[in-house]
Design a protein around this ligand. Sequence first.
Ligand code: ACO
Length: 444
Amino acid sequence: MYIMLDTSKSSVGQSGDFVTIIDERSGKKFRLAIMRGTMGSPVVDISRLQSEMGLYTYDPGYGMTGSCSSDITFIDGEKGVLMHRGYDIGELAEQSDYLEVCYLLLNGELPARAEKESFTATIKYHTMLHDQMQYFFRGFRRDAHPMAVMVAVVGALSAFYHDSLDIQDEGQRKLASYRMIAKMPTIAAQVYKYTIGQPFVSPRNDLGYVENFLNMTFSVPAEGYRLRPAVIRALERIFILHADHEQNASTSTVRLAGSSGANPFACIAAGISSLWGPAHGGANEAVLNMLEEMQSASRVGEFIARAKDKQDPFRLMGFGHRVYKNYDPRATVLRSSMREVLSELGVEREPLFELALELEKIALQDKYFVERKLFPNVDYYSGILLRAMGFPRSMFTVLFALARTVGWVAQWREMVEDPLQRIGRPRQLYLGSPPRAFVPLDDR
Ligand code: ACO
């Protein structure tokens, strides 16, 4: 079997060239249309490969598979570019705010002033949780990991908000999206309060999105929380940087769960489960554990040697990415703002940041990392920043889930509204036993 480029142009719609695949044994040929998006690599349409050639494709980890078409986010991994609806992530992080980015992801355009005010008011209207939900929290052990509680509480939203479960109803889809974006800060803060044994703090609609979250997380009935502009700005930036990231593992999980027609709260709970793993959103927690274990720059060489040793499962956490073969642009923003934020927070010297810089410097000069194009990803610096703001590391992935909710919701809505959408159902290369006769128990 081989594939050759056929230079004849397709006459159909937006397809450009074709590739022709030829079965060398039978000589059978089939032309596959090449589809081109606005930017990025073209893709080969294989949807008729099975019916024409009796073949499926084999792509473990889906690294070569475009699972959908999307208008939301574009990544050029070779150049280290990330854009939402055509806007560069660096510009959004510098000049926009989180709710504006939420609006952009959901609606495709930046909001005009009146649209922004109306969207902000809608989100504020939905910040509270059904009162009955406090009893749901109480069923958990206090020492549960916050992600374990969050995934359950988000899944349970479908038991409390019956008027936003009908995915065929556009109004209900929108309502579910607004509820999710509005309630995630309340859930995240309550998860935290529950696990440290403090009473829940109600949302305050006189505060902005980020301020309200900080207040619910860190204030107590006996004492308010001093909202510092530097902390608000830094967290706002972290939320923007995590808002969406194309078809990553958790977003694909949301789409796959949603493709069966499952309700939006259940789909987001599935996304949170996927995010929890250390190869995905759990890496920011793992980075801090790694740096603390390392303790001093004198041990950098030892950790790099372990990361390179194929007999050792250890990996340099916060390094490498399926798509970025260059510096993750989100890590660039975090790295460049780190010193400014730390000094505004009154942290003169953060030893873990200095250690992270040293580790990065040495890794980026090492042949192993250079050859494999392994660069720091967003998780490499976010944990250090969150720690400086006072968040315990068990909350890092919870914050990631909070910020990513809008991306999941936008991608879920895009999928439900896509007329070509079908249930997600990959195939397999079966390597098990051929047919054999059943052996009765006494004969085994
Ligand atoms: N440390 C050491 N070696 C690494 C690392 C690393 N962090 N990441 C990749 N490699 C090596 C692999 O061992 C492999 O080497 P080989 O070619 O000799 O076999 C090569 O680089 C390619 O790696 P893959 O595992 O094929 O890359 P994949 O795209 O499957 O995985 C992933 C990407 C999961 C992010 C990986 O780089 C990793 O585990 N990194 C550490 C965890 C991490 O930081 N995750 C956060 C990702 S960003 C996010 O989710 C927000």
